[in-house]
Design a protein around this ligand. Structure first.
Ligand code: AGP
Length: 366
């Protein structure tokens, strides 16, 4: 309940929680990076090395933003640990009678630890002998108790209905889990070190992104009167686009759709017009050229483009440039300007930012 926590002088809890992220990410990382062996210490997993090496697949479940952070997590695990991984909404998973495999590691994500759909999915998994970890913020919550072990986010209470700091810390927790799984498999010490160093840079880089707030406020005002927005990203950028669209619709009530940039030409390109601006998540990774080509295709249909990435581009009308980290970790940083964008769009439209209509902080019913 918002009444129990201090808003720290911020106008909204949401802005407070966005602004806290240098600290909350530092807390998620604290004591968990080993600079000697370039590994992660995750004692809460309750798994020995033999078991850690035994999984052939990782299945991640969560709802809403937790699910989108799980998509970032799945990509991190595949890239760093080379274990096939995917994320699915917990709500769908529990209804479709999933095959529960003994060599699959299941990971349930929840800020509150009380989301009924996620809890029911965990209980179903346990009933069928699945090994389930939790990535949870609220200590002692139902999902934390039901899982076999896990990672606490230590992000502190999240009051605003729209998740921000928990999303970011979940992605950071997945980077630690991917490092942990990777370093008992094929991930080299050099790559382990690269990821450890990248993780350590995150809090300072988040501070840098927060200094872009004035620019982002102006951009939010400029785009907030559009009847809808398209969010696109490729591979690492796609879950970022999904979360960016989710934030915008939740708190500003502006219709937002997220698509893989590669899928635009298979249908949604028909929607592109000056009335439907696009937010394009374009990291400097191996897909940069492909993404810039997509921006050209949007431009040719007179679509306005706000690009979020690591450089400016003539192909976009506006650009938000964030600091670069390691390519695997960049999605964590690229999400933050989209949180500020949604926040300032909601403020510009006079919305009830912390208590958006029709939503509850945690959905504890079916
Ligand atoms: C986030 O902005 C949403 N309000 C919502 O999608 C939320 O992430 C979801 O309901 C899951 O909540 P949980 O993390 O507490 O399980």
């Amino acid at each position: 309940d918002a009444g129990h926590y201090d808003n720290g002088g911020y106008e909204h809890y949401l802005l407070k929680e966005i602004s806290e992220q240098p600290d909350t990410v530092a807390r998620t990382l604290r004591g968990r990076i080993d600079d000697r062996f370039h590994i992660a210490h995750l004692g809460g997993l309750n798994m020995d090395a033999r078991e850690t090496r035994s999984f052939r697949r990782v299945k991640i479940i969560g709802c809403g933003s937790a699910y989108y952070s799980g998509q970032i997590g799945a990509q991190l695990i595949e890239e760093l640990a080379r274990i096939p991984a995917d994320a699915e909404p917990a709500s769908e998973f529990r209804y479709r009678s999933p095959v529960v495999e003994p060599d699959t590691l299941y990971v349930a994500i929840s800020q509150s630890g009380e989301t009924y759909d996620t809890l029911a999915a965990v209980q179903e998994l346990k009933r069928k002998g699945g090994r389930v970890l939790g990535i949870v913020n609220t200590v002692g919550s139902a999902i934390a108790r039901e899982t076999d072990g896990g990672i606490y986010l230590h992000a502190g209470p999240e009051v605003s209905v729209a998740s921000t700091k928990a999303f970011t810390s979940t992605a950071v927790a997945f980077a630690l889990l991917a490092l942990h799984l990777g370093r008992v498999r094929d991930l080299s010490p050099a790559d382990g070190r690269r990821i450890c160093d990248g993780l350590r840079r995150l809090p300072e880089q988040i501070k840098e992104i927060l200094t872009l707030e004035d620019q982002i406020r102006e951009l939010a005002k400029k785009y907030a009167d559009a009847p809808g927005m398209m969010f696109v990203g490729r591979v690492r950028g796609y879950p970022v686009a999904r979360e960016g669209a989710q934030k915008l619709k939740e708190i500003s009530y502006v219709h937002a759709e997220a698509y893989p940039a590669s899928e635009l030409k298979h249908g949604p390109l028909a929607l592109i017009s000056p009335e439907l601006p696009t937010v394009a998540v374009v990291p400097d990774d191996e897909l940069l050229d492909k993404n810039l080509t997509t921006l050209g295709e949007i431009r040719a249909r007179h679509g306005r483009i706000l690009m979020v990435g690591h450089r400016t581009s003539e192909a976009a009308d506006d650009c938000i440039v964030v600091p670069r980290n390691e390519v695997e970790l960049d999605p964590i940083l690229l999400t933050i300007p989209l949180q500020l964008f949604a926040y300032h769009a909601a403020v510009a439209l006079g919305r009830d930012v912390d208590r958006p209509r029709n939503l509850a902080k945690s959905v504890t019913v079916e």
